[in-house]
Design a binder for this molecule. Structure first.
Ligand code: NDP
Length: 262
């Protein structure tokens, strides 16, 4: 008999931070397409509610946007409980929201540090813990996927001689990849799995600042010779969220067109 493999998200509720645009939007669509209800957390985009509503209509699932700064602990806890009541029970989280500051190290400020680390590290911790609290109280199991980056391992370059100036971003991704392992270890006893998905370069607003020279150089560093499209991140996320991944936790998986081994 040939093996069959399909993932349905029917009757599930997945929270996706930053699920209104970029890679997060692709995650939202993929979950909805697989029949899951989606709760999207966004920061300030004026069109977020409309964007999420449209995904819900397109795939005939419940879909709602929640405005919440993931670096605010009280608000994040409150939002997660609200989602659990309105669309839940929550069954999975994709902690995807992330930001970058691209500046030479000599120009970086404490505010830049706080901005990047508050979202990329503390914000991920906040959302993961808020969901884990809900599950722990109910005795439910669940899966958390953290969108880190291949930057957790390498320093990206502008050309052969010069690094891309984003030391806070890169170091924040190293931190959040390590945080993934720590949370996985602590929460395995509650049946909560935590894994990191680490993309290479993806065509989104976050990479739009690169001019053609930088972009061409970056693409030349990727064995597959190109940046990814957001939807190319979704297969692994859906797998990690599902029961097919029931023995997978505390790991970082790279979806980078082979860049890290090049
Ligand atoms: P985008 O810049 O396209 O989108 C960022 C998303 O995060 C938006 O939805 C934004 O909401 C949300 N967000 C930002 N800050 C907050 C906050 N404080 N609270 C709640 N939501 C917030 O990013 P990408 O899609 O490019 O990246 C998504 C993730 O993937 C990030 O973690 C990024 O670091 C990572 N990644 C991206 C790569 C790439 O090449 N693009 C490569 C590797 C990793 P709003 O729209 O309201 O501002």
């Amino acid at each position: 008999m040939s093996p069959s493999f399909s993932i349905s998200y029917a009757n599930q509720c997945i929270v996706i931070t930053g699920g209104n645009r970029g890679i997060g939007h692709a995650f939202s669509e993929a979950v909805a397409k697989a029949g899951g209800n989606i709760a999207v957390i966004y920061r300030s985009a004026p069109d977020a509610e409309k964007v999420v509503e449209e995904i819900g209509k397109k795939y005939n699932v419940k879909a709602k946007a929640y405005k919440c700064d993931v670096s605010n602990t009280a608000l994040t806890d409150e939002t997660m409980q609200k989602i659990d009541k309105e669309l839940g029970p929550i069954t999975g989280l994709i902690a995807n929201a992330g930001v970058s500051v691209v500046k030479p190290a000599f120009e970086l400020t404490q505010d830049d540090f706080n901005y990047v680390y508050n979202v990329n590290v503390f914000g991920v911790f906040n959302t993961a813990r808020a969901v884990a609290k809900v599950w722990k109280e109910r005795g439910h199991k669940g899966s958390i996927v953290i969108n880190s980056s291949m930057s957790s391992q390498i320093i990206n370059k502008v050309n052969n001689n010069s690094p891309l100036t984003q030391v806070f971003y890169n170091s924040s991704k190293a931190a959040v990849s390590n945080l993934t392992k720590g949370l996985a270890g602590e929460w395995a006893q509650y049946g909560i799995r935590v894994n990191a998905l680490s993309p290479g370069y993806v065509n989104t607003d976050q990479t739009a600042f690169m001019d053609k020279n930088i972009r061409d150089f970056q693409a030349s560093q990727v064995p597959m010779g190109r940046f990814a499209e957001p939807h190319e991140m979704t297969g692994l996320a859906l797998l990690l969220l599902s029961e097919h991944a029931s023995y997978m936790t505390g790991a970082e998986y790279f979806v980078d067109g082979g860049q890290l081994v090049y």
